[in-house]
Design a protein. Sequence first.
Length: 225
Amino acid sequence: MREDLEAFQRLSDILDTLRKECPWDRRQTMKSLRYLTIEEVHELSEAIVEMENEKLKTSNPADDGDSLPSPSEKGRAEALSQLKKELGDLAMHILFYCKLAEEQGLFTTADVYNAISDKLIARHPFIYDRDNYHGENWEQLKMREGRRNVLEGVPSSLPSLVKAIRMQEKVHGNTDNTAEPSGMTEEEFGQKLFDLVDWGRRHGINADDALCLANSRFAEANSGQ
């Protein structure tokens, strides 16, 4: 824990110095950082996917009798290094926003971390407030906070496929997790999705436009929940 706090303080001090002495860092605003943060999130997403791909490769390594690290082991080490780098980039962005807010007198870094801590406690009454927990699921607990419907927290700018997944998760909750296994692997399901996109392309249908339309209709149909 002490090592974690020291590392966090080191990053905080570096950002303070850069904000004072680096021309690029000095002129940044929340608005100017926004699109860069979006890029960092996508880079982190790619690093996670690559890490998962490398885990699959190392789960059944080829036995070539060589004592040197296999290509798959090297790939996993490189994926781990990249994942650590991307997490660091995003962590820096989050702290940068906190620094900018502090400079403007909006809120402090402590406010940000206390806010997420408070929310996690409120969302887990079965751990922190058992006497007032009555079996509500995650989305029902969110509704306690004054949301008008379960889809209110889904950003309109999400990519259409991610948006479809999130809306379905929010409306259906965990009720689908008890369904019988289909026997289809993630890879097989992905291929079916890919083939469906290709089918649409060959018939003059843009898959993203079609899914955006389906998302809109789903949101309208479930706006009262």
